[in-house]
Design a protein around this ligand. Structure first.
Ligand SMILES: C[S@@+](CC[C@H](N)C(=O)[O-])C[C@H]1O[C@@H](n2cnc3c(N)ncnc32)[C@H](O)[C@@H]1O
Length: 257
């Protein structure tokens, strides 16, 4: 039986690779490296760098491929994501059948941890149900350092208040629904539009980080009223300079608000 191994690689620093991740990489017959277009070649380059630094098994083959792109113009977000996942699953199926034997171990290098805002495990579910692979594809998961842990470590903060809950959500939901009701701390990911701008600035503090773990690492923290404009300009400048940005932030209600 073939096995797909979803290996959490951390957020851009090869030293985020755990010993377990390095073992899994070296136990693979093949590593699939997705290319996400020229603007995001830095992300493929991190995976190549990890392989150069951590891979010592000469029998492990690296196979690069072009990842299908989501059609952002699809009006229904859920339907757009569904069609995109189908296209990715079909790409993986074709690669697996063409490039690997029936007992191969195939590594997928997943940014951060495979369980957090990542589609890999859902796509593996689809693959396991597909013709030619059904009944013949197992899955292993190796956990990795998430961007949330990278954010907390870079600011040297605990994520939660004492005994408090943490709400993890997306920029899209923050913009649509406002700050989560009943929460004192929210972590916002996948936010291309700085949705924190919808909040009353006097009521929140923010800990923001971009390119965490990489050499480009940027971070700003403080009351939203004081630092929001700095985040907006630094983010726009960095995105224009590098052609891509990934940022995450923690918002906390100020006590007297
Ligand atoms: C598709 S999700 C993947 C999350 C990943 N599985 C994890 O464990 O962090 C991508 C989002 O993760 C966050 N992210 C990933 N890498 C990051 C980094 N190096 N610095 C800041 N945020 C990052 C951003 O919010 C980005 O929009």
């Amino acid at each position: 039986m073939r096995t797909l191994i979803a290996i959490g690689i951390g957020t851009g620093n090869p030293r985020h690779m755990t010993l377990e991740a390095i073992d899994a990489l070296n136990g693979a017959d093949m590593v699939l490296i997705p290319r996400k277009g020229p603007q995001k070649d830095d992300l493929a380059e991190v995976r190549r760098l990890i392989c150069r630094q951590c891979l010592t098994n000469p029998a492990t083959r690296l196979v690069e491929f072009d990842l299908p792109v989501r059609d952002a113009a699809t009006p229904d977000y859920g339907a757009g994501v569904d069609a995109w996942h189908d296209a990715i699953a079909a790409t993986y199926r074709d690669l697996i059948l063409a490039e690997s034997g029936p007992d191969a171990r195939i590594a997928l290098l997943v940014w951060g941890d495979p369980s957090l805002y990542d589609s890999t495990l859902r796509i593996i579910d689809r693959l396991q149900a597909m013709e030619h692979l059904a009944g013949g594809l197992a899955c292993d998961v190796i956990p990795g350092i998430t961007s949330i842990q990278a954010l907390a470590a870079s600011h040297r903060i605990p994520l939660n208040t004492i005994g408090g809950a943490i709400h993890i959500t997306t920029g899209r939901r923050l913009r649509a629904e406002g700050f989560p009701v009943g929460a004192d701390t929210a972590i916002i990911m996948l936010d291309g539009t700085c949705a924190f701008q919808i909040l009353p600035p006097d009521a929140y503090a923010i800990w923001w980080g971009a390119y965490l773990g990489t050499e480009l690492d940027l971070r700003i923290a403080g009351p939203l009223a004081e630092v929001a404009h700095r985040i907006l300009s630094l983010r726009a400048e960095a995105r224009a300079r590098h052609g891509w940005i990934m940022d995450t932030y923690l918002l906390r209600r100020l006590e007297n608000s």
